[in-house]
Design a protein around this ligand. Structure first.
Ligand code: HEM
Ligand code: HEM
Length: 170
């Protein structure tokens, strides 16, 4: 019969992508551009662009890998609305991660075109910051949901998180 557990574990590669991206994202935010004038520094500018392109490329590989080889570990009998909510948050994080990088690259492109101030670049910076703040919100909901599953002890937490595992069950 339908189970309230789903024992599917994410593969080692899936976990590496998930946690590797958490580190990359934290690093990306920590070294964020605080002021657009920082882009005057050629080496900084080049590094920012290389980091962003690499991030986007790895995100694409991760997305393809996850969608073709892995499935959610939500229990089968999870309410439909909750399954849809999880999908929206997961896919939303992919879209917002890509949106952060693409809007950042667009800022870089405008800057390279010598459009360093004015309405256009201010608007793209506004979008960049809006997307990042939405991403923070989605990540917050995601961690809240993961914690809820940990308390529910339904195996979802332990399928991805290497610490505080549900020892006696999984
Ligand atoms: C930058 C922060 C994070 C991002 C962008 C993120 C993104 C994602 C995404 C997109 C998935 C779906 C599987 C995939 O495509 O890889 C996922 C799954 C998961 N994440 Fe995260 N995550 C983050 C941080 C965390 C943290 C801090 C925790 C726990 C404390 C966590 C726990 C989980 C769990 C338990 C799953 C499996 C959910 C399921 O199978 O339905 N994540 N994460
Ligand atoms: C993985 C890629 C990136 C991440 C994670 C990231 C992260 C951030 C964060 C967290 C902020 C601050 C947002 C806020 O205060 O609400 C920011 C602002 C900004 N970012 Fe990015 N960014 C990325 C790529 C880029 C790229 C490639 C460029 C341009 C070359 C860029 C240019 C800027 C600028 C100009 C600002 C606004 C600075 C200001 O307030 O004047 N970002 N970014």
């Amino acid at each position: 019969m339908r189970s309230d557990k789903n024992n599917s574990q994410y593969s080692k590669i899936a976990k590496l992508f998930h946690w590797g991206f958490v580190l990359l994202f934290v690093y990306g935010v920590a070294k964020q551009v605080d002021d657009i004038n920082q882009l005057e520094d050629q080496a900084f500018f080049r590094f920012e662009i290389i980091f962003a392109v690499m991030f986007l490329f790895l995100l694409l590989i991760r997305l393809i890998y996850m969608k073709t080889t892995q499935k959610t570990s939500l229990p089968e009998n999870t309410p439909r609305a909750q399954k849809i909510a999880a999908k929206i948050i997961h896919n939303g994080m992919y879209i917002l991660l890509a949106g952060t990088v693409l809007s950042g690259l667009l800022i870089g492109f405008l800057y390279w075109l010598e459009i360093k101030s004015g309405l256009l670049i201010d608007f793209v910076i506004f979008i960049h910051e809006l997307v990042i703040n939405l991403l923070y919100l989605f990540i917050g909901i995601h961690i809240f949901a993961a914690t809820y599953h940990r308390l529910k002890r339904d195996g979802v937490w332990s399928s991805m998180v290497p610490f505080l595992k549900e020892k006696n069950k999984y």
